[in-house]
Design a protein around this ligand. Structure first.
Ligand SMILES: [Zn+2]
Length: 266
């Protein structure tokens, strides 16, 4: 029965029952107008649901087309990358540039000056450096070709063989100096004696100063040395004096690590 507890839906259903049972249309008054507007809105609701279905189907179609196009782009990029590496290999060969999938390693020397680690031209505040051209050579990435920059042409320099350094330097016997191995990446230009690289990271060092020496390939110790060379030598260095051949063997083996190939000049 239509008591106070009956639900909305129940009341509308009951109305239908009473309509069929008795003639009560003339009693319904404003309810008839309300019924009409409900029917109108239900039609509109059905229409909107159909529109949503259509849009959802279209969205699914567009999404799957987008995925197909993205897959095609990936495929084209992969094919392109193969072509690019072939073209670049040819350019490097023609231009005498060294290229290696892993970093090219070589030897270099730094001075300790005013508590800082100095290269030939610039200070190394940390054990990695990106080359900056001190001249303004436009439209080419560093290091520049020797006919366009220098002398000396820009880039971070390293030699191929320890024997290219003076004996005392290579043995780590010069006070306030560091001899070490750098891994060069990015564009690396090969010369007969060594390399000029776009970027270099120090991977092993023999540091000498404050009457002490540090021989290490530990990244934290190397970082500390480049941050505060004399302080680190005082704190961590030892005064034992191993012979030059031990030092040279350490540097040589550090250079060989991770090295895949280095082309020799023709
Ligand atoms: Zn340059």
């Amino acid at each position: 029965m239509a008591g106070p507890g009956a639900s909305n839906v129940e009341l509308w259903r009951l109305l239908e029952v009473y309509r069929q049972r008795y003639r009560i249309e003339d009693r319904l008054g404003p309810l008839l107008g309300l019924e009409k507007s409900i029917r109108r809105r239900m039609l509109r609701s059905t229409g909107l649901s159909r529109t949503i279905e259509t849009l959802e189907a279209e969205l699914r179609r567009v999404r799957s087309e987008l995925q197909a196009v993205e897959t095609e782009i990936e495929g084209s990029r992969a094919t392109g990358a193969l072509l690019i590496s072939e073209i670049l290999d040819q350019v490097r060969e023609d231009m005498g540039e060294a290229w290696s999938p892993s970093a090219v390693r070589g030897f270099r020397v730094w001075r300790i000056e005013d508590g800082r680690v100095m290269g030939n031209q610039v200070c190394w505040p940390e054990p990695s450096l990106a080359s900056v051209c001190l001249r303004e050579v436009p439209g080419d990435d560093v290091p520049h070709a020797v006919d366009r920059c220098g002398p000396p042409a820009c880039g971070i320099y390293a030699v191929k063989h320890l024997t290219m350094l003076p004996d005392e330097v290579a043995a780590g016997r010069i006070s306030r100096s560091i001899v070490g191995v750098v891994a060069m990446s990015g564009k690396v230009v090969e010369h007969e004696q060594g390399y000029r690289g776009a970027r270099a990271r120090v991977v092993a060092v023999v540091a000498n100063g404050e009457g002490k020496r540090i021989v290490t390939d530990h990244p934290d110790t190397i970082s500390s040395l480049f941050d505060d060379p004399l302080g680190t030598l005082s704190a961590l260095g030892d005064s034992t004096c191993d012979d030059g051949s031990t030092i040279r063997a350490f540097l040589e083996s550090s250079r060989r690590k991770e090295e895949q190939w280095i082309s020799e000049p023709n």
